[in-house]
Design a protein around this ligand. Structure first.
Ligand code: ATP
Ligand code: ZN
Length: 312
């Protein structure tokens, strides 16, 4: 008798990815972690976002949308390159002469790499949707602070065969900037509301203390401090059974006065502004729903359908 086949994480992830591609929900866009999506996939995203906006309504957040590209000068101020150099993406452009162009074309015709004729365009890919906000807030905030509703594309250079880990994905974030105490209260309150929404959608979600994947040896210290100070909570859903610790579909972060310091933002009481955010990954929650309830939203449990604003 042959031994039973024990599934491993790699093959289970691949299987999920292949099923998503075969169903047409995801479309292979040619690189690990880059996908197109079907209309049905984005219908789920839109309904999910409707439900999220619904629970967040009491915040009366200011809705803003930024492009997924922003100035390098602002990227610089976030220190992202210190903490996450491996995830960073920058934009290059061509600013050469006719002669440079001719050389580029010759190199290209010879099958050579033509990257050398491009130079940094002084713009970066946005790694988290709140980053283009902060420069806009430099100066003094009103007492009580401000709350923003931000959504859009993020880029992180983390190519993976896991369909839950994309290079380009959409994040929907609610961000508070203002007084220190209110910032933590904001995170602690709204991460719970988001958790409840995920559970109402039938997801086996739980909150776990977490840290960001800070790069290198110095990064390990930053990660330990982030955990010790309870600055990051993740909303985790099991996607691959017991094969891993689950996947973070959302998070709640206390930024301390990091952005306030860097961008010269003062709270209403005159202190350096503190910030916090509660966010979810639009693709990750959608994929978690598909994994949990199957690829046919028409036959999802009626309470889940109702919660998404669909006919039960
Ligand atoms: P992870 O720990 O899995 O790398 P994260 O906790 O670093 O994710 P955050 O920086 O908290 O992610 O981003 C907020 C949300 O954006 C995450 O909860 C997740 O839903 C989504 N997200 C982050 N990275 C990716 C990715 N590579 N692909 C898809 N969604 C992502
Ligand atoms: Zn954020």
């Amino acid at each position: 008798m042959s031994a039973p086949v024990v599934p491993d994480l790699h093959s289970v992830r691949n299987e999920f990815r292949n099923e998503l591609l075969a169903s047409g929900l995801l479309i292979d866009a040619g690189k690990p972690g880059l996908y197109g999506r079907s209309g049905l996939f984005d219908d789920i995203v839109d309904s999910l976002d409707g439900a999220l906006t619904g629970i967040m309504a009491p915040l009366d957040a200011e809705r803003m949308r930024f492009a997924p590209v922003y100035p390098k000068t602002e990227f610089e101020l976030t220190d992202y390159i210190v903490s996450f150099p491996n995830l960073t993406g920058s934009i290059n452009g061509f600013t050469g002469t006719d002669r440079d162009h001719a050389s580029l074309i010759t190199a290209r015709a010879n099958g050579e790499d033509w990257n050398d004729w491009l130079s940094p365009a002084e713009t970066m890919l946005v790694p988290a949707v709140c980053h283009p906000l902060y420069e806009r807030l430099s100066g003094s905030l009103p007492v009580g602070g401000r709350v923003f509703d931000l959504a859009g594309y993020c880029f992180r250079h983390e190519p993976s065969s896991d369909p839950m880990r994309l290079q380009a994905f959409r994040m929907h974030e609610f961000v508070y900037v203002g007084e220190e105490e209110t910032a933590r209260e904001f995170r602690d309150t709204w991460i719970v509301r988001l958790l409840v929404l995920l559970q109402e959608l039938g997801l086996d979600a739980r909150t776990v203390p977490a840290n960001d994947p800070f790069f290198g040896r110095a990064g390990r210290m930053l990660a330990r401090n982030q955990l010790a100070d309870d600055l990051k909570l993740e909303l985790v859903v099991p996607i691959y059974g017991d094969l891993d610790d689950g996947t973070a579909v959302g998070s709640g972060n206390c930024h301390g006065d990091h952005f306030g310091q860097s961008f010269g933002i003062l709270a209403g009481d005159g202190s350096v502004a503190h910030g916090a955010c509660v966010a979810y990954g639009m693709e990750r929650v959608t994929l978690a729903l598909l994994r949990t309830h199957g690829f046919e939203p028409a036959s999802w449990p009626s309470d889940v359908r109702k919660r998404l604003g669909w006919a039960a």
